[in-house]
Design a binder for this molecule. Structure first.
Ligand code: FAD
Length: 277
């Protein structure tokens, strides 16, 4: 089971590139595609427009929805609109406080509050995914608390989870074991970040608390500005990691496409029997 994540494009040219990529990626027959919300300065309208583009391509779409900084009424308006558009999936998040919001954190403060709200007001209208952090959320006070907070999201009604990306499969398997030990059996799908740009990856990883292992950093640094070699090496490393994850029981893979098709298609080609031949 593959799913794909896109972010709202900033301008028309970027939108055209996204549609071209998304059309090519439909060949993977994704179970669904998700569209981020408010990340990187994008707006709610950007999410809705991108959801519409993906529905036009025939994809089952899961908009991300973050609750921080919003009132219940604002969230209700968005959810009513999504339901009217025939959407049946959501990725429910707390989100990060955008700078300049003057400290108004809104009515719901944790993703578990949002899951409870959606279940209370919309019943089972939406299949809800939540975020999981095999290497812990960057603001977490400790591994146990972080797990407790994840368990709370599931207890409130999450159907599945997508992880933050990682390059250390042992962190994923350890997280899944600890979740299972708490009696939780929802699918926990590893989030997969293709490696295409070392500088960008290092920046993202610093922000979101994903560890770039030393061996990987040093191998990538060796390539300098040789983008083609970074991409080829990235496809090799990430394909091997996804193959191992799937072989050892991961229920699928959720690709952070960054709106590009090439790396994801190359990775998936390596995963098919033909790709191994
Ligand atoms: P939560 O599950 O609420 O957890 C956030 C932190 O609060 C954790 O440290 C947790 O341990 C702690 N916590 C939770 N509950 C409590 C409690 N009751 N008391 C005290 N502490 C608590 N960001 C965007 O802006 N837009 C997106 O579209 C987006 N998509 C994402 C998709 C995925 C798959 C992932 C993994 C992340 C995504 N993010 C997105 C980033 C996400 O919004 C941030 O990581 C955010 O900081 C946390 O969101 P959350 O839903 O995990 O929050």
């Amino acid at each position: 089971m593959f799913s794909l994540e896109y972010f709202p494009p900033r301008d028309i040219a970027a939108q055209e590139r996204l549609v071209r990529s998304a059309k090519r990626l439909m060949a993977l027959r994704p179970a669904y595609v998700s569209v981020t919300f408010g990340a990187g300065g994008s707006t709610r309208d950007g999410t809705v427009d991108t959801v519409q583009l993906m529905q036009n391509l025939g994809a089952d779409v899961a908009p991300h929805l973050s609750c921080i900084g919003s009132t219940r009424e604002q969230l209700r308006t968005i959810l009513d609109d999504y339901r009217a558009r025939g959407l049946r999936r959501l990725v429910a998040l707390r989100g990060d406080m955008p700078s300049g919001m003057g400290g108004d954190i809104g009515d719901l403060h944790h993703a578990s509050d949002l899951v409870r709200f959606v279940r209370a007001e919309y019943g089972d209208a939406f299949h809800i995914e939540v975020a999981a952090y095999p290497e812990m959320h960057p603001q977490s006070l400790g591994a146990r608390e972080d797990l407790d907070h994840f368990v709370a999201k599931v207890s409130e009604g999450a159907d599945g989870a997508i992880t933050q990306y990682f390059f250390n499969p042992d962190a994923y398997f350890d997280f899944v074991d600890r979740v299972r030990a708490r009696g939780i059996d929802i699918p926990i799908v590893p989030g997969i970040m293709p490696i295409t740009n070392y500088t960008q990856l290092a920046r993202f990883s610093n922000m979101c608390g994903a560890e770039l292992p030393r061996w990987l950093r040093l191998r990538l640094a060796d390539f300098g500005d040789d983008k083609a070699s970074i991409r080829a090496f990235g496809v090799e490393v990430v394909s091997a990691m996804v193959a191992r994850l799937l072989e050892q029981g991961a229920p699928g893979a959720h690709f952070y496409t960054l709106n590009n098709a090439d790396a994801v298609l190359a990775i998936c080609a390596n995963l098919t029997p033909a790709g191994h031949a």
